[in-house]
Structures are given as C-alpha cells and as structure tokens.
Design a binder for this molecule. Sequence first.
Ligand SMILES: CC(=O)N[C@H]1[C@@H](OP(=O)(O)OP(=O)(O)OC[C@H]2O[C@@H](n3ccc(=O)[nH]c3=O)[C@H](O)[C@@H]2O)O[C@H](CO)[C@@H](O)[C@@H]1O
Ligand SMILES: C=C(OP(=O)(O)O)C(=O)O
Length: 419
Amino acid sequence: MDKLQIRAAGPLTGDVTISGAKNAALPILMATVLADDEMRIGNVPALRDVNTSCQLLRQLGAEVSELKQGVVAIRPQSIDQYVAPYDLVKTMRASIMILGPLLAKFGRADVSLPGGCAIGARPVNLHIHGLQQMGADVVVEEGYIKARVDGRLKGATILMDMVSVTGTENLMMAAALADGVTVIENAAREPEVVDLANCLNAMGADVRGAGSDTLEIHGVERLSGIHYDVMPDRIETGTYLVAAAATRGRIVCRRAAPETMDAVLLKLEEAGAVIERGEDWISLDMQGKQPKAVDVKTAPHPAFPTDMQAQFCALNVVAEGVSRVTETIFENRFMHIPELQRMGASVDLEGNTAMIKGGARLTGAQVMATDLRASACLVIAGLVAEGTTTVDRIYHLDRGYEQIEAKMAGLGADVTRVS
Ligand SMILES: CC(=O)N[C@H]1[C@@H](OP(=O)(O)OP(=O)(O)OC[C@H]2O[C@@H](n3ccc(=O)[nH]c3=O)[C@H](O)[C@@H]2O)O[C@H](CO)[C@@H](O)[C@@H]1O
Ligand SMILES: C=C(OP(=O)(O)O)C(=O)O
C-alpha cells in the first residue's frame, strides 16, 4: 500500500495549478445518464473517485472514454443496466447520486446503501424521501435502495429537513426530467450545486434559483448532450493555501475560483496572510511570519466548509495563540486529532469542539490517514514537522487530490510516494 513521506523543506513558494472540483465532477458525471446523446466533460480531475464513477457508468452500459487531458466522453444511449452494486458504492459514497438520474430517465434504479464512513453515519433518508414525494415507489431491501416509477416522476414541493449537498443534487437531477415543477426548499447553496445546475441548464433543463436556498425546477422531456467544463476545486485550493500559510510561505493558485472561497480566505486573512485575488487566481503571502490562531465553526455554504476543517486544525496547531475549532456537520470528523497529537500537537477534544493550543514544535511520526481531509491535514503537519512524517493509507488522499506530490514539489516541498 502506498505511503507519503514528508520532510520539512521551508516555506512553500511558487505557483500551483488547481484541478477541476471533485465534488462538482462527480454529480456532473452522474448527470450524463440524463442526456439523449454524447456528453463531453472537461476539466475533470484524474482522481480515484472519478475512475470509480466512470466504472459505474460503464457497468450500467454507457460507453465511457479514457480520461485524456481532463476530458471524458460519455455515450449514455447504450445504458441497459440499472444497478449500482455494493462493491462500487462502498468505495465512493457519491455513487448515491446515480439514483435520481437513473430513476428519472429509466423509471428504475437499484443502488446499494452507502453505509457509514469514518466521518459519520451519513444517512440518505432525505434523498429517498424526496423521490417518494415525486411519486417514486422506494423500498430498502437486502442493502439496496430499490426505486421504481411508472412513466415520469411528478414535480413536487420538497422541504429538506437538513441542508444536504448530494441530496439537493440528486433531487435536482431527478426533477430535471420530471413532469411539472419541483420546488426544493432549504436547498444546499454550495458552488458545486450551482455548477451542476449550470450544466443541466446547458443540457436544456430549466433549473432556477441555484445558489439560493430555494430551487425551482421546471421539468423538461429530454436533455441533450453538450460539452461542459467542471469548476475549479475550492477545497484543493484552500488546502494549498493553508499549507503555504503553515509554512510561512508565498504562493499563487492558478485556475482557481476565488468567488467561491470567501469564508476560507477571510479566515486566512485573520491568520495574518496577505491575500490578493484576480478573476481566476489567488495569492497568499505570509511575509515570513508565524500564522495567528483562528477560531473556526463549520456550517453549510456560504459559511466555513467542513471539508476545510482538518486543514485549519493543522494550521492552528503551529499558529500563535489558542483556538476553538467546532464541527457542526459531521459527528465524527476529528480523526486527525489523535494523529496530530502523535506529532506533538496540544489539543483537547470536548464534544464537537477541538481546543487547540498553538505554537507546538511538531516532530515527524508514522501517522494514519483515516479520511480524505484528515489526510490533507497530516500532510500539512508533515511540512512543518522536524524529521520525517510517513502518512499511511493515502488511498483516501487519492480520492480528492490530483498529483499531490508533483504539485507540492512544484512549491518546493519534499513529499514522496513510497510503495
Ligand atoms: C460528493 C460530495 O459533494 N461530498 C460533499 C457533500 O457530502 P454529502 O452530500 O454526503 O453531505 P450532506 O450535505 O448530505 O450532509 C450534511 C449533513 O446532513 C446529514 N444528512 C444528509 C443526507 C440525508 O439524507 N440525511 C442526513 O441526515 C448528514 O449526515 C450530515 O450531517 O457535502 C458535505 C458537506 O458539505 C461535504 O463534506 C462532502 O465533501
Ligand atoms: C467528505 C468528502 O467527500 P465525500 O462526500 O466524497 O466522502 C470530502 O470531499 O471531503
């Protein structure tokens, strides 16, 4: 199993090119099922989850090209299977987003229940309930969600009990081909939801209100194949910016989407970073100074994203001062804390809050990645620790960071992959 070895190499400096967003690419790949002809998706990151999605589409019978220079072509016309099996779904929770498109287009879908994962239980009751409100017959049997509808789904008014990103996306995709108008209230406002809505609209859908908490989707009878480029990854961008801040560095993120990152950029400024931004770039300069500790509380967009919480824990551990990091989205998203403690971090966990005493002198250790962003947190800690840090189980990292060693090397970091 691959591991990453990290040795401190001073402040990160230079330019890094940001990849397409995992969390936008995955729903958009699932949305290709809805099209009547070929879809070409660009700016697709070469990630394990993207491979899994392509494998899933192939399993359904779609013709899927190899990913070349960020472009994948998908011909959904040959789909003749409607089952997302456990073996694929267990490796990628986002597979649940095949449920809405398959059901809307073909009237049937059997999708394995994703089950819990390291960061929490992550139920999918809101996805199921919304489809039932649109007239689907849904049962959970033998570990599978089995959904059927005779003819088209029907437009409905759906109030989401909680803000759910993939829940909103699943129902938006289903509603795109439904008969009538669907209103989704308390919808997620994440930029990736907007990117999916833009893609659907370019295919001929009529989705209104994306980016607000109320979506109105006027169902259409057919959607066509188009070329669509996925938005830049705001979490990857944030991760490199935090890594630069922790090492007192100075970097520029190219092909980024600054307008999607307000909460994170504000926190970095509070930590003492000088941030500048253009249309598609963000620069960060710590001017050689130690970062200041910042309090963080995660919440749905536009508040601070849970997918950046672990990276800010690493920053706060080496920053000046004390901080509180509160996680409100997932019940078990502090698996990185015990690993940071093994490297010398001073952190007390009290319920959903980490109380962090900054200024730690971290030392390299063997640590275990338990989920995607926890892995990124440990890489950042390794960049400032004395000695060698070995991060095990980096298959988590490969779900979300394209060519992390090469990108880190381009910024002067000493990060190598060992088998
Ligand atoms: C592929 C993708 O886009 N993943 C992102 C997506 O995950 P995902 O869409 O799975 O996360 P949700 O927004 O659905 O989860 C938010 C909260 O709602 C709860 N919930 C959700 C659905 C449901 O049916 N019932 C329920 O109770 C969850 O357990 C969680 O506590 O949004 C998360 C929150 O920003 C991010 O961390 C993930 O990176
Ligand atoms: C939790 C994440 O992803 P997923 O929903 O795919 O597990 C993430 O991107 O941090």
